[in-house]
Write a protein of this length. Sequence first.
Length: 261
Amino acid sequence: MNSPTKMLSLIGAGPGDPELITLKAVRVLRSANVILYDALVNEDLLEHANPNAVIKYVGKRCSQHSRTQAEINDLIVSSAYEYGHVARLKGGDPFIFGRATEEIETAALHNIPVQIIPGISSALAVPASQMIPLTSRGTADSFWVTTGTTAGGTLSPDLELAAQSSATVVILMGMQHLLPIIELFTAHGKAHTPVAIIQQGTTPMEKVATGHIYNIHEVAKAAGVGSPAIIVIGNVVDLPMHFSHLATQQLSLHEEHYEIR
């Protein structure tokens, strides 16, 4: 009996909306013999799976882990040897805080070929879903994407540099350190910088809180916004209001035009 052809596919599931996944990702899901999916993956995507596929949840949320990363690595190897093609379905993009490098290294050590199916990162798509452009001529020339929490559970030191920049700052996994983030940006003269916090963006459970560094903690608490959420800091956060104001002006001018006629 021939052994199955081993393969590991690291697939980006997108930010949460099940329609925000690539056609290639859907095709690869249909061909996989095993699907190991993460916590932030919309389970509607499992409808694309081969009916005979083995499907297992291996999610990790903060301190609540169904399996450790080492256990997931072992499961990838054992599944590949037993079944062949293993799909690791990860929220957003596999290479944006997805621990993909550890799984690629594990596969390489066991002679398992790997393919990467990029996904739409929540760092980009979630602000866009709220009409927040991360760059805009005259407002922001660049953006940072950083984790709010390091592997050791502490505030990322990169935020010290980000807080001194004029760039838009996008922080993932930062809600447990929201108060230290506020203190850091305030210390760098950013108390009045606009902020948006978007929980479970692009999904029906979405919640949004907007304010400024000095009041965003109270605004988010009043709105019931918590993890998982993306924090966006920068003047681009005010642009949706600007767009809305322009649209209102145009509507008013349009109505006045027809009243005159």
